[in-house]
Design a protein around this ligand. Sequence first.
Ligand code: ADP
Ligand code: MG
Ligand code: MG
Length: 211
Amino acid sequence: MSVGIDWVKAWVGDTVRVVSENRVRLIELDREIGDGDHGENLDRGFQAVKAKFDALPDGETPAAALKLVATTLISTVGGASGPLLGTAYLKGSQALGDATSLDSAAIAAFLTAARDGVVMRGKAEVGDKTMIDAWTPAVDAASAAAEAGKSVAETLEAAASAAEKGAESTEPLVAHKGRASYLGERAVGHRDPGAESSSLILRAAADAATA
Ligand code: ADP
Ligand code: MG
Ligand code: MG
């Protein structure tokens, strides 16, 4: 089984909906350990992505569509998360070349390049209490699933489940990157908003492959 542009469109559509539904929750998480704008930042960005996708020409490759997500997020999302997530979609899209059909190995390569883009830009490691705590377990799980010959849907399911556990794993941590790092021990006991939103985005990717 492989996926193509229809999966990208479904993923983006699900992401727009899920980010909008979780806007207030992400604002509340960011209010605890940041400046309270994460839900607003992402919702603004993905509403702009929706407008671009509504006008997406027929016959676009997955890479071209995902690059459009990247450039839109970079230009419309203020704050740390816009350039970071934008770079994820940009580097991920570059890993796809002009492929129209993506198998589980291509999905794993996409997620790996996306995560590497976030690290290149933000220099966070696992345990720093950032979105990387969702992305890296997701990449590891997706790579293992693809290696084991799992389907695209199973590979994305593995990534989404690992990202959810990764987001949860940020709760007891002290932050070493981003605004939450100014809080020291006061960040302990709060989930990182960017890890949570990344897990929602990766869950949407899995849902789009099974719908
Ligand atoms: P801002 O902090 O500028 O208001 P957002 O609230 O939109 O931006 O995003 C905050 C999220 O960005 C954090 O929860 C964290 O997951 C992520 N983040 C911040 N700095 C980094 C970094 N250097 N590397 C990876 N992720 C980061
Ligand atoms: Mg913020
Ligand atoms: Mg901000």
